[in-house]
Design a protein around this ligand. Structure first.
Ligand code: PLP
Length: 381
């Protein structure tokens, strides 16, 4: 099956009890048993819920994986992966990681004796040097936030595999429509379904997908033993979202390409970061591992001051100033003061995250309106 067909049909069948074409929201905490221990496969809703099971099968299908496991948020899903490790184990990850992932690795798991190293994953020699006997997990994110660096998934997962190290790719920024890390050699894929999968900025949910039966067994175990499960209503919303994933992401990508071009022409703009540009350092890899170049664009201003960026951010009318990404509506954000405020200034400037850097999550509106909105805000800025 091709992607568009899977988006709508993978894991989804008319409901067996009524024939309802859309998966019902099974809003129940428990299930009747015929006699003690004799039931229809459902005992208690932390352990199993039919709406959640359908979503899990759907997400597994979209990532070409065998097992999907849903959690209450993207970070709850990540927590389940980190729980595979033991004190003394180490993680190697990218140096421009999503802030919440960085916080979970450092502020929570370091206290349990699990150390993380944040390196430039584009430098494969450095990656080899950092993988030691203690390394148990390679954590990859690509394209990265907000600089849109591209990591070669196949190459880095291969390097980890040669040393017997498990790899997990956070595929939130690309979505399964653009990139399928399991096909490229990753052991686990993570999604914040809050973003493109849900797609309508109305739900928080996370998921893991894997082909490994033994990893899946542990993830189902954590789902039940730890209890960070999503509610059935939220599972329903994500299932509704994935049915149009390919349509939404395709339009976002088309809009992002047009916006990136327009920004490049604008005389107030200094740099535009977009993997679709042929001179972007990750362009060739993006072309190899992604279907399109994504719906995210970052840029900074020639007048590189926070005040200047603030003017632009306060003057858009179609773009909404907000955190998050991947919804149908376009969002604009200022990483230095919002998502990346906790990173020391010198550190962020060293990776290109300047005071005036602006990040766009391009939605599915009409490109002409989005471009006009940015141009007018830049003129006022
Ligand atoms: C949002 C996000 C997360 C965390 O997901 P939540 O659903 O907010 O917990 C993880 N990784 C990336 C890349 C994200 O954008």
């Amino acid at each position: 099956m091709k992607f568009g067909t899977k988006a709508i049909h993978a894991g989804v069948k008319p409901d067996p009890s009524t024939g309802a074409v859309m998966t019902p929201i099974y809003q129940t905490s428990t299930y009747a048993q015929q006699s003690p221990g004799e039931h229809q496969g459902y005992e208690y809703a932390r352990t199993q819920n039919p709406t959640r099971s359908v979503l899990e099968k759907n997400l597994a299908g979209l990532e070409n994986g065998t097992y999907g496991i849903a959690y209450g948020s993207g970070l709850a899903a990540m927590d389940a992966v980190l729980k595979l490790l033991n004190p003394g184990d180490e993680i190697v990850s990218t140096n421009d990681l999503y802030g919440g992932s960085y916080r979970l690795m450092t502020a929570v798991y370091e206290r349990y004796g699990i150390k993380s190293h944040f390196i430039n994953l584009k430098d494969h020699d450095s990656l080899r040097e950092h993988l030691t006997d203690k390394t148990k997990l390679l954590w990859v994110e690509t394209p990265t936030n907000p600089m849109l660096n591209v990591v070669d998934i196949e190459a880095v997962c291969q390097i980890a595999r040669e040393k017997g190290i498990m790899s997990c790719v956070d595929n939130t920024f690309a979505s399964p429509y653009l990139q399928n890390p399991l096909d490229l050699g990753a052991d686990i894929v993570l999604h914040s379904a809050t973003k493109y999968l849900g797609g309508h900025s109305d739900v928080v949910l996370g998921a893991l997908v894997t082909n490994s039966a033994s990893l899946a067994e542990q993830f189902y175990f954590f789902q039940n033993a730890v209890g960070a499960v999503p509610g059935p209503q939220d599972c329903f919303l994500v299932l509704r979202g994935t049915k149009t994933l390919h349509l939404r992401v395709e339009r976002s990508c088309q809009n992002a390409a047009k916006i990136a071009d327009a920004l490049k022409q604008n005389d107030k703009v200094a740099n535009v970061y977009y993997p679709g540009f042929s001179d972007h350092p990750g362009h060739a890899i993006a072309k190899k591992q992604m279907r399109y170049f994504g719906g995210m664009v970052s840029f900074d201003l020639k007048a590189d001051r926070f005040e200047q960026a603030k003017q632009v951010l306060s003057n858009t009318e179609v773009f909404t100033l907000a955190e998050s990404l991947g919804g149908v509506e376009s969002l604009i954000g200022h990483p230095a003061s919002m998502t990346h405020a906790s990173i020391p200034r010198e550190k962020r400037i060293a990776v290109g995250l300047t005071d005036s850097l602006i990040r766009l999550s391009v939605g599915v509106e009409d490109a002409d309106d989005l471009i006009a909105d940015l141009q007018s805000a830049l003129q006022k800025g």
